[in-house]
Design a protein around this ligand. Sequence first.
Ligand SMILES: [Zn+2]
Ligand SMILES: [Zn+2]
Length: 336
Amino acid sequence: MSNHISVSLVLKQPGDMEMRQVERPAVGEREVLVKVSACGICGTDRHIYHGTYPASLPVSIGHEFAGFIEEVGIGVKQATVGDFVSVNPNIWCGRCSPCLEGNPHLCQSMHALGVDLNGGLSEYCIVPEQLLYKMSPETDPLKACLAEPVSCVLHGLDRLQVKAGYRGAVFGGGFIGQLMLQAMRLQGASEVYLIEPQEHKRQVAEKLGFNTIDPVNEKQKLVELSELDVTVDCAGAGDVLMQCIRATKRGGDILLFAAYPQGKAVSIEPFEVFRKELRVIGSFTYPDTQVRAIRMIESGQFSLDPIISEITLEETADLLEGKLDHKVLKGVVRLP
Ligand SMILES: [Zn+2]
Ligand SMILES: [Zn+2]
């Protein structure tokens, strides 16, 4: 094999992925070539795979990745060959009103690596210089690539009006729910509950010292859960939003963090939002939390080992199809 040929996992159309041998991509003036070390797979990838999240196919998906810079374009100023970097996958225009108002993550013409442009499920990826965040090369790549989801979680919590000592609950114990639990504790919560029907997910949280409630078999406990300062919907399913409304105290915050399927409606009791003067707050990607996320990952503040599983590029399709869900909370691909 010539050393200009590399492997790329390409989603051709929904449900149809193919491993391709491709020419190593050429760098533009303000771009770098990243040799990807690891790439996390998340719910958004699953939606893209199933055709329920807009993407420009064919594309190599994967927007949570880290790796080493192997080549830099002639106009690149801040990055150097050999740097270990994580990537913010979102490309902002910088000119639309949300961008000018300081909310670039809400850009009206956002493009993203791994969605509209090739992402991290390839040996090599082209990344614009402004999306690079340098990291300590000592960082485990399987954790470094999680800078993106950690940044999202920190931004979600930044949107709330919490004070140290607050009490909260997270509904949904998938990877994001588990990160949210840990972030809330790190941020000064005195007590955080996980509400999750699947036992193996509750056990992960219990081992880390969190209280858990099984909403199916411990209905009474769920009913008694009330007066919380903050509730977070990381489930995006069933009656969870209404459960959040019930469990939150007067004047409290509800963070709607889960990506509900586009077009899906749920029923709530608006009177309760009114009577309790609740704030229901959305959160979408992040503008500015990646440096904090990186420092927290580098200093080992999150317990990531119990919530991630290393998988191979070949296992990615199985993961996206849900075949590994019984044992994998979060699949992270180590690239060859
Ligand atoms: Zn993601
Ligand atoms: Zn914009």
